[in-house]
Design a binder for this molecule. Structure first.
Ligand code: SF4
Length: 100
C-alpha cells in the first residue's frame, strides 16, 4: 500500500477546532449554544444530529454552521444530552425551547 495515501486527510476528517468560548450558532430557526463546561463528550448529540454537532479535539461538542438537519432532529439531539449542555432558542418566538 502506498504510505502517502494513508497520510492524506480528507476535509471531512479534519479535526474540529474548539471555539474560544460558548458560541451561539444559528442553524435554521434555532440558535444553539453548547455550554462547554457542562459537556462531558458523551456524543449523543453527535449521533442524533450528525450534521449539527461534532466533537472537537478536546472532546466537546461544537455546533456546525450550515447544517441541514431538521429542527426536530436538532431538538431531539439537545434533549438526548445527559447534562443538558445544549441550549436551544427558537428565533421565531424568541423562546428558549430547551432546556424547558
Ligand atoms: S450530548 Fe451533551 S455532553 Fe454529550 S457531546 Fe453533546 S453536548 Fe456534550
Amino acid at each position: 500500500m502506498d504510505p502517502n495515501v494513508q497520510n492524506q486527510q480528507s476535509p471531512q476528517q479534519a479535526p474540529v477546532q474548539p471555539p474560544a468560548g460558548d458560541e451561539e450558532i444559528q442553524v435554521g430557526k434555532y440558535k444553539i449554544k453548547v455550554v462547554r463546561d457542562a459537556c462531558i463528550g458523551a456524543a449523543s448529540c453527535v449521533a442524533v444530529a450528525t450534521q449539527t454537532f461534532k466533537l472537537d479535539d478536546k472532546n466537546k461538542a461544537v455546533v456546525q454552521q450550515g447544517s441541514q438537519d431538521p429542527a426536530e432532529t436538532i431538538l431531539m439531539a439537545a434533549q438526548s444530552c445527559p447534562t443538558k449542555a445544549i441550549i436551544v432558542i427558537d428565533t421565531e418566538t424568541n423562546q428558549q425551547v430547551w432546556p424547558s
